[in-house]
Ligand binder design. Structure first.
Ligand code: RVP
Length: 507
C-alpha cells in the first residue's frame, strides 16, 4: 500500500513567528547571519561559510557573473547556471574569479556604425548612460570611443544619426593601461575631472571602466565573501550527464563549489555524480545535491556524500511541475521534515550536512521563517532576477519597468538535463516552467540590505543573535486563512491603491 503522509503540506505564508523575550542586546547590529555552506564533522569548522544565508538560483535568468560579484560583495554566493556550453560556463566562472573591485566590465554593445536609436534602446535596457563603443560591439573589442548622455540631444538629433558622428572618439579620451591600480585610476579621475576612465590593454582592447560614482562603494564591503587570494567566491551548476568534462573545466576555471542542478534529486544518477566528484577531487571540491522534499531523500543524498542538500519541488515562482506531474510538497513542510532529518543525521553520525531551502520565498519574512524552520541558507530565483545585476533585459511594460524571468524548465531555457532523471537519452517532452516578468527592483545591494535588516530585526524579536539561536528559540504557529486576511491592511480604504502592491513586490 502507498505511504500516506499524515499531515497536509504547508507553505511559508501559512506560518508566523510568535515573539520571544528580547534583551537589550537584541539589536540588528549585533546579529550575525553567518552559516555553513558545506558539510563538516562535529567540532570542526566548515570549509566554506557564507556571511549571509543567501545563494542565487542556478538559472539563466538569474546567475551570471555580474550578479555573482554583487552577491559575493554582500556575503552570499551565486551558482552560475549550467544550462549552457561547458566553455561558456567556465568563462563566466573565470570572469568572477578575475574580477577586480572597481573595474567594471561594460555590457555595452555599441559599434561606430550603430545609430542614436540603438543608443536609446541600450540605455533603456541597461540603464547605463556611459557606453563604450568598440569596433565589433563586444565588451573587450578595440575601443573606438565613448557615448554619454552629454553627447546627444534627443529633442534635436535625428534618430538615425551614426554613433561615430557624436561619440567622443578614442584620441580625445583619457585612458589608462591595464597595469593601472584602482588607486591610480581614481587619482586620474579626480585630477582630470572625469566621470569614467577606460582601462585599455594591448591593441587598444577595452578591459574595463572605472567610474567616479563607484569611488565610495568599493571602499567598504564588510561582508564580502572572499577566498584566500582575496577573489570573490563563486559556485557553478552541474548536471548528471556531462559531469566528467564539465566539472574538470569548472574546477580549472576556479569554481569554489558545485551543485547538481536537478528538479528531482533522489536518484541513482545523483549518487553516481557525487561519487565521481568525490573519487576525483576528494574534499578539495565540494558539491551540493537535490532537490528532495522528505527525510528519506535527505538521508540518501547525505549518505551519497552530498556537501549540502537542497529542498524543494514545485514551489518556485516560475515552476509548474506540480501542475504538470503531480509531484512535490508544500515548501515549509518539506523543509521542516528535512531539517529534522539533518539534525538526526548529525546526532547519529557526527556529520552536519547543511540544508538549503530552494524556491517559493515571496516576502522577506518568508526568509526568516525558512531560517527559523531550520534552513542553513536559501536559494532564491525571482528575488534576484529583479535586480540590475541579473543577466536579463529590463523592459517597460505598461509604463512600469520589469525584468524578464524564465524557468529552467520553460521552453525558453530548454534545460532538459534538469528535468530528465539521468542517462544519455533526452526525454523531456513537456515544459515544467514559464517565461515571465518580475518588477524591476534596482541595485542588489540595496535590496539585500533591506531584506536582511528585516530578517535581523525579526530575529531580535525572537531573542536570537545568530541562526542556531533562532532555530532553538523560534516559536512558530500555523495561521488560519481568516487570520491571513487580518495580517494585511484590512477594513480600511487605502489612499493609494498601489501601496499594497509595492509592499508585495518589496522582496
Ligand atoms: P523562486 O525563488 O521561487 O523563483 O524559485 C527558484 C527555484 O525554482 C530555482 O532555484 C529552482 O529550484 C526552481 N526552478 C527553476 N526553474 C524552474 C522551472 O522552470 N520549473 N524551477
Amino acid at each position: 500500500m502507498a505511504t500516506f503522509f499524515e499531515e497536509e503540506s504547508h507553505t511559508f505564508s501559512e506560518y508566523l513567528l510568535v515573539p520571544g523575550y528580547s534583551s537589550a542586546d537584541n539589536v540588528a547590529a549585533n546579529v550575525s547571519l553567518k552559516t555553513p555552506l558545506v558539510r563538516f564533522a562535529r567540532g570542526e569548522e566548515p570549509q566554506i561559510t557564507l556571511n549571509v544565508p543567501m545563494v542565487s538560483a542556478i538559472m539563466q535568468s538569474v546567475s551570471g557573473p555580474k550578479l555573482a560579484v554583487a552577491l559575493a560583495q554582500q556575503g552570499g554566493l551565486s551558482f552560475i547556471y549550467g544550462s549552457q556550453s561547458i566553455a561558456d560556463e567556465a568563462a563566466m566562472v573565470r570572469e568572477v574569479k578575475s574580477y577586480k573591485a572597481g573595474f567594471v566590465v561594460s555590457d555595452s554593445t555599441l559599434t561606430p556604425e550603430m545609430t542614436l536609436d540603438d543608443v536609446v534602446e541600450l540605455l533603456g535596457r541597461t540603464g547605463h548612460s556611459t557606453m563604450p563603443v568598440t569596433e565589433d560591439g563586444t565588451p573587450h573589442g578595440r575601443l573606438c570611443g565613448i557615448v554619454t548622455s552629454r553627447d546627444y540631444r534627443l529633442s534635436r538629433d535625428p534618430r538615425d544619426r551614426r554613433v561615430r558622428e557624436f561619440m567622443t572618439p578614442f584620441d580625445k579620451l583619457v585612458v589608462a593601461d591595464d597595469a593601472t591600480s584602482l588607486k591610480a585610476a581614481n587619482d586620474l579621475i579626480w585630477d582630470k575631472k572625469l566621470n569614467a576612465l577606460p582601462i585599455v590593454g594591448a591593441g587598444r582592447r577595452l578591459v574595463a571602466l572605472v567610474f567616479r560614482k563607484d569611488y565610495d562603494s568599493h571602499k567598504s564591503q564588510p561582508n564580502e565573501l572572499l577566498d584566500q587570494h582575496k577573489r570573490y567566491l563563486v559556485g557553478a551548476g552541474i548536471n548528471t550527464r556531462d559531469y566528467a568534462e564539465r566539472v574538470s573545466a569548472l574546477v580549472e576555471a576556479g569554481a569554489d563549489v558545485l551543485c547538481i542542478d536537478s528538479s528531482e534529486g533522489y536518484s541513482e544518477w545523483q549518487r553516481r555524480t557525487l561519487a565521481w566528484v568525490r573519487a576525483r577531487y576528494g574534499t578539495s571540491m565540494r558539491v551540493g545535491a537535490g532537490n528532495v522534499v522528505d527525510a528519506e531523500g535527505f538521508r540518501f543524498l547525505a549518505d551519497s556524500g552530498a556537501d549540502f542538500v537542497k529542498v524543494g519541488i514545485g514551489g518556485g515562482s516560475i515552476c509548474i511541475t506540480r501542475e504538470q506531474k503531480g509531484i512535490g510538497r508544500g515548501q515549509a513542510s518539506a523543509l521542516i521534515d528535512v531539517c529534522r532529518a539533518r539534525d538526526e543525521y548529525f546526532d547519529e553520525t557526527g556529520t552536519y550536512v547543511p540544508v538549503c531551502s530552494d524556491g517559493g520565498i515571496v516576502y522577506d519574512y518568508h526568509m526568516t521563517l525558512a531560517l527559523a524552520m531550520g534552513a542553513d541558507f536559501m536559494m532564491l530565483g525571482r528575488y534576484f532576477a529583479r535586480f540590475d545585476e541579473s543577466p536579463t533585459n529590463r523592459v517597460s511594460v505598461n509604463g512600469q519597468y520589469m525584468k524578464e524571468y524564465w524557468g529552467e524548465g520553460s521552453a525558453r531555457a530548454r534545460n532538459w538535463q534538469r528535468y530528465d532523471l539521468g542517462g544519455d537519452k533526452k526525454s523531456l517532452s513537456f515544459v515544467e516552467g514559464v517565461d515571465s516578468y518580475v518588477p524591476y527592483a534596482g541595485p542588489l545591494k540595496e535590496g539585500v540590505e533591506g531584506s536582511l535588516l528585516k530578517v535581523k530585526s525579526t530575529m531580535c524579536n525572537c531573542g536570537a543573535l545568530d541562526l542556531p539561536e533562532l532555530r532553538e528559540k523560534a516559536k512558530i504557529t500555523l495561521v488560519s486563512s481568516t487570520s491571513l486576511v487580518e495580517g494585511g491592511a484590512h477594513d480600511v480604504v487605502l489612499k493609494d491603491a498601489n501601496q499594497q502592491v509595492s509592499i508585495n513586490f518589496r522582496s
